[in-house]
Ligand binder design. Structure first.
Ligand SMILES: [Zn+2]
Length: 174
């Protein structure tokens, strides 16, 4: 093990299937323009949070795009760098995200991604107490997320890794 923070604490695995959409930085200008039009979001009724009416694009980025937390599959998170093609070193095929290992399950603006049963546990914590947003206690650098990529052409081809930043590091406190 390279660093002590890479050793996970024993904890329960409670997988759930979710839908997430691509990071805004990989979308076309036309799609971004539509996401920035609140009138379109209003067609979703109560599902669209009206607090975002002045910032429609942020509604997409915060609530629908690239879920925080550990995940299999999904979309890559960007922000530390602009999007960079992730090509297989063996055959040059565009690689797919396989496993994402973040330092935190969620950040302060990710409330909609927190499982309902865990939202009840979001109480202020003191030093040394377990944090619901860090059940594994894994720390990637200073709050980064590590993504391992797999080649869709062949699982025998070497995996690659992508390190990105997790923007919000503080647990949401109710
Ligand atoms: Zn390949």
């Amino acid at each position: 093990m390279q660093y002590e923070g890479y050793l996970p604490e024993p904890c329960l695995l409670l997988p759930e299937q979710i839908t997430e959409y691509p990071h805004p930085s990989v979308l076309s200008p036309d799609i971004l323009s539509m996401l920035d039009d609140w009138v379109r979001w209003e067609a979703a009724g109560d599902a669209a949070d009206s607090r975002y009416a002045s910032y429609p694009a942020e509604f997409y980025g915060v609530n629908l795009s690239v879920a925080p937390g550990w995940k299999v599959g999904g979309w890559a998170s960007w922000g530390l760098t602009d999007p960079i093609p992730q090509s297989c070193p063996a055959c040059n095929t565009e690689m797919n995200p396989l496993l994402t290992i973040p330092s935190h399950e969620w950040g302060s603006s990710d409330r909609n991604w927190i499982p309902f049963e865990l939202q009840e546990l979001l109480i202020p914590t003191r030093g040394g107490e377990p944090r619901p947003d860090q059940p594994t206690a894994i720390q990637i650098g200073r709050g980064y997320r590590q993504q391992l990529n797999v080649c869709p052409a062949s699982p025998e081809h070497p995996h690659t890794e992508l390190m990105q930043y997790t923007p919000q590091q503080q647990p949401h406190v109710v």
